[in-house]
Design a protein around this ligand. Structure first.
Ligand SMILES: [Cu+2]
Length: 341
């Protein structure tokens, strides 16, 4: 940010020009804001599929690493060990039973064999521990200071999502009603009544919308009892504990809709608090933010773009120039310290 401001001072005349050009942006962004339509999910992506027995396809770097570790490291090692132990057992049963081997050997020590059966398991455990501890450490790595913060609160029995960096608005997310069944939660309409609805029991009336391609600081808490925010395809699970905030980075590589559920038994309707995460490119995320009353791009009010001072507008103006794809909504964020286009 400091660099941004010093750059801004150097490029002040262009920044003024850019700020002038950005002036009509609120109207443009308002139009863009009105154009938000929820994304239709891709069948089988970010959701469970019938008959599947392994981890869901992963859409975050940590998830891909963990999936590699499970599929290509742990499963082969486990399979080899099971096959080896089973073969040894069969061999002992057949070759050394009392009929086949009436006079048993009196051997009580064999140094070579003892060294092997101590060393090999140690090496196997070290081989598993290195990537395992590496994954654990990566999962605890905090978000960068300028990362977008989003907060998920578990309630009996729905999720609410607030966006403190975007004006503090809150999205209440209820499960859609199950077709042909009485209203079981607080759902406002039936699943399948809109073309973009996902699977029943997993789709929500208002999704958690996040930008793709950037680390997001996701904070999780509980309003009443312990809940757990879990989205398998994004390799994210974190308990929401009343009176405390847990946080972890969520990073989504590709746009899409990703589903999860509360994963801590939290009461009678625990099974009816799904999580629907819609990941959008930054510009579309910004447009979605502006559909909410009081919604602002990152920390700065959208209306400040017209009146922002040249120095404050400079960082965003230079960012906007560097990223034409950011379009109108990002331009209206002129005073934002770090709009991540
Ligand atoms: Cu819950």
């Amino acid at each position: 940010m400091a660099l941004g401001f010093s750059l801004g001072a150097l490029t002040a005349p262009q920044a003024l020009l850019a700020a002038t050009e950005a002036a009509p942006a609120p109207t443009a962004s308002a139009a863009a804001a009105g154009s938000y339509v929820p994304m239709a999910p891709t069948l089988g992506k970010g959701m469970p599929v019938p008959g599947a027995i392994h981890l869901q396809d992963q859409y975050s770097p940590l998830g891909e690493y963990a999936r590699w570790m499970h599929n290509d490291l742990l499963l082969p090692i486990i399979t080899l060990i099971v096959v080896l132990v089973f073969a040894l057992l069969i061999w002992v049963i057949i070759r050394y039973n009392s009929k086949a081997n009436p006079v048993p050997s009196k051997t009580s020590h064999n140094t070579l064999i003892e060294v092997i059966w101590t060393l090999v398991p140690v090496l196997v455990l070290v081989g598993i521990a290195v990537p395992s501890i590496n994954l654990l450490a990566k999962q605890y790595k905090p978000a960068p200071a300028n990362a977008l913060t989003v907060k998920a609160t578990g309630n009996q029995w729905f999720w609410s999502y607030s966006y403190p960096d975007n004006g503090g608005f809150e999205v209440v997310s209820n499960m859609l009603n199950i077709p042909g069944q009485p209203v079981i939660n607080n759902g406002v309409r039936e699943d399948g009544s809109k073309p973009y609805d996902g699977p029943s029991h997993l789709e929500a009336d208002n999704r958690m919308v996040l930008p793709v391609g950037e680390p997001i600081r996701l904070q999780v808490t509980g309003a009443d009892v312990i809940h757990s925010f879990a989205v398998p395809s994004l390799w994210f699970k974190l308990d929401g504990v009343p009176g405390r905030i847990n946080e972890k980075v969520i990073f989504i590589e590709k746009p899409g809709v990703y589903y999860g559920q509360c994963s801590e038994l939290c009461g009678a309707r625990h099974g009816y608090m799904p999580i629907a995460v819609e990941a959008l490119p930054r510009a579309k995320f910004n447009a979605w933010v502006l559909t909410h009353p009081g919604g602002v791009i990152d920390h700065q009010p959208a209306s400040a773009s017209a009146s922002a001072s040249a120095s404050a507008a400079a960082p965003a103006a230079s960012e906007a120039a560097a990223a034409p794809a950011a379009a109108a909504p990002a331009a209206s964020a002129s005073a934002s310290p770090a709009p991540k286009a």
